[in-house]
Design a protein around this ligand. Structure first.
Ligand SMILES: C[S@@+](CC[C@H](N)C(=O)[O-])C[C@H]1O[C@@H](n2cnc3c(N)ncnc32)[C@H](O)[C@@H]1O
Length: 250
């Protein structure tokens, strides 16, 4: 049985099939408060085929919504494993149901706050791309702390990315883009980058290139992009590439 958001039918996406189960992501141990490594769980192990192919690429999408980007892109990239993270239960289940019906084995869905998962659970240096498309703008100033892009987020994303790996960002929202820009300019320029003791600058900024799954004229081809294009909105897009510390002799 499947379900539809608008019809309000029961949600039936089995944990451990598309949705990451509680066994796969057990509660954060208390020890993580003093030892950050104690809470790490390798999400690449949530893909059973990985045991035979441990070098598979691994990408995370933050705020997958109805899963449009994930389903389109994963179908074209069977060599990549995708973790979709969505904190709204209804959307997460909708996306998971869509993934299950697509039969794609290279997507898992997790319902949680992606910024917390990245901070507490994801090991260092394992992710090839973090996708952040049409993130919620939280326009009221008292809600700015809920925006995904923060100094801590940029520090933790740098930590989980492989050297040369990418944070890819698209938004339609001018005010959110101004906020993002202010952060990106510091993290791709002379700083300061609070709480970060890696290379300066931590990231290099490059132009955004559309993924293979985007249609003609699209940047990514998510649900929100398609809706906003019909409304004639304009978009902002960029890519931050992880720079690594110079090795001895550089
Ligand atoms: C505006 S929607 C965009 C959905 C999709 N990316 C698209 O472009 O169609 C933003 C989504 O991100 C989710 N979201 C926002 N902050 C999140 C977070 N910290 N962790 C996980 N999901 C988040 C929201 O629940 C919402 O579904």
């Amino acid at each position: 049985m499947s379900f539809g958001l608008s019809r309000g039918k029961p949600l039936d996406v089995a944990p451990g099939v598309v949705m990451v189960s509680d066994e796969e992501l057990p509660p954060l141990p208390d020890a993580a408060l003093t030892d950050p490594e104690a809470g790490r769980v390798d999400p690449r192990d949530w893909f059973p085929h990985r045991a035979e192919r441990p070098d598979r690429r691994f990408e995370i999408e933050i705020g997958s919504g109805k899963g449009t980007f994930l389903c389109q892109q994963a179908a074209l990239s069977p060599e990549i494993d995708y973790l979709g993270i969505e904190w709204a239960g209804e959307f997460c289940n909708y996306a998971a149901d869509r993934v299950r019906r697509s039969g794609l084995a290279n997507i898992r869905m997790l319902r949680t706050d992606a910024t917390e998962l990245i901070r507490w659970r994801v090991p260092s240096g394992i992710v090839d791309v973090v996708h952040l498309y049409f993130s919620d703008p939280w326009p009221k100033s008292r809600h700015h702390k809920k925006r995904v892009v923060q100094d801590r987020f940029l520090a933790e994303t740098w930590r989980i990315l492989k050297p040369g790996a990418e944070l890819r960002v698209v938004t339609d929202h001018d005010e959110l883009w101004a906020w993002d820009r202010e952060h990106f300019d510091r993290w791709c320029g002379t700083g300061p980058c609070p709480g970060f003791d890696g290379p300066t600058p931590p990231y290099e900024e490059i132009s955004f290139a559309a993924p293979d799954s985007a249609r003609e004229g699209e940047l990514v081809g998510t649900n929100f992009e398609r809706k906003f294009r019909e409304e004639g909105r304009t978009f902002h897009a960029t890519v931050l590439v992880k720079r690594s510390p110079p090795t001895t002799g550089d």
